[in-house]
Design a protein around this ligand. Structure first.
Ligand code: AMP
Length: 303
């Protein structure tokens, strides 16, 4: 069956409700488009686990700060549709900002504690925008399951909490970070990088590899981890500024003094025009580059 593209929120909602009323299971993947293999790994998993797969492509203005990259965020609707279709996505929802936030819109969702640390401290209002749009998207798509990447680890934990707190009847599934062949976490924002900046950006992955060395050496002091990982970033030319290097509890995101399996080491830094994030869920996720696992064998990622 050909892929169905819907722009109108209420038409999308009616369509999705009808599918659920028929007894079909629905997997939903919210995205901001400019799709890469990270997104596609989520589509792939959703395809395996559900009768119907729906994807949203919406660059959500309320999660961008006034000096952030909303206007230049990469957009590629035609390429995105081709990739979604090739992965067997059934429905693509592409609303306009005006349709999602009509005049008079004034309702927002906040996850009061999980929105504060890490990226929340550097991007005021970001997670309020994320929580609000994801709530609205879940109410429109009414999915059995929704899929999120651990690239945005804090976002995943926040949405998991929100869905539980608000009794939204959707299972939240998280998936590992998909990396380029040299280790750089895939991101739509990598398109901003020049070849030289692209090399500097690898410092984030190298910092996480340093963390793994410390883990394997039995080092458990969080302050040592932070100092050592920071050093990798600081010593790399082209890393303009470090927003944070932190070690936190992998569930509550509260600070920890002792690191162990299940902790989170997370970092955010500026390289050229891009703000990049990466993380390692200590002992839970791999940092190895396993062909066919970390890099799914999709046709367009083959050399
Ligand atoms: P975005 O379009 O950046 O908002 O991302 C949409 C979804 O894809 C989010 O759940 C992200 O965490 C996920 N995602 C983005 N990049 C990656 C990646 N490299 N690996 C795994 N998931 C990712």
């Amino acid at each position: 069956m050909a892929i169905k593209v819907i722009h109108d929120p209420l038409v999308f909602q009616q369509h999705m409700l009808a599918l659920r009323m028929e007894g079909q299971t629905v997997g939903f993947v919210p995205t901001m488009g400019a799709l890469h293999d990270g997104h596609l790994s989520l589509f792939h998993r959703a395809r395996e686990e559900n009768d119907v797969v729906a994807v949203s492509i919406f660059v959500n203005p309320t999660q961008f700060g006034p000096n952030e990259d909303l206007s230049r965020y990469p957009r590629d609707p035609e390429g995105d549709l081709a990739k979604a279709e090739a992965l067997g996505v059934d429905v693509v929802f592409m609303p306009t900002p005006e349709a999602m936030y009509p005049p008079g819109f004034q309702t927002f969702v906040e996850v009061t504690e999980l929105q504060k640390p890490l990226c929340g401290a550097f991007r005021p209002g970001h997670f309020r925008g994320v929580a609000t749009v994801v709530t609205k998207l879940l109410l429109l798509a009414f999915p059995t399951r929704a899929y999120f990447g651990r690239k945005d680890f804090q976002q995943w934990r926040l949405i998991e909490r929100m869905v539980r707190d608000l009794a939204i009847p959707t299972a939240i599934v998280s998936m590992p970070i998909i990396r380029e062949e040299d280790g750089l976490a895939m991101s739509s924002r990598n398109r901003y990088l020049s070849p030289e900046e692209r090399r500097s950006a690898l410092a984030l992955y190298r910092g996480l590899l340093r963390a793994r060395e410390l883990f394997e050496a039995g080092e458990t002091r969080a302050e040592v981890w932070v100092r050592e990982v920071r050093k990798v970033l600081e010593e790399t030319p082209g890393v303009r500024g470090i927003d944070y290097v932190e070690v936190r509890d992998g569930v509550t995101l509260e600070p920890v003094e002792t690191v162990g399996r299940g902790s989170l080491v997370a970092l955010a830094a500026h390289v050229g025009p891009a703000r990049l994030i990466d993380n390692w869920w200590v002992g839970m996720d791999t940092l190895d580059l396993v062909p066919g696992y970390n890099i799914p064998p999709f046709p367009w990622s083959e050399p």
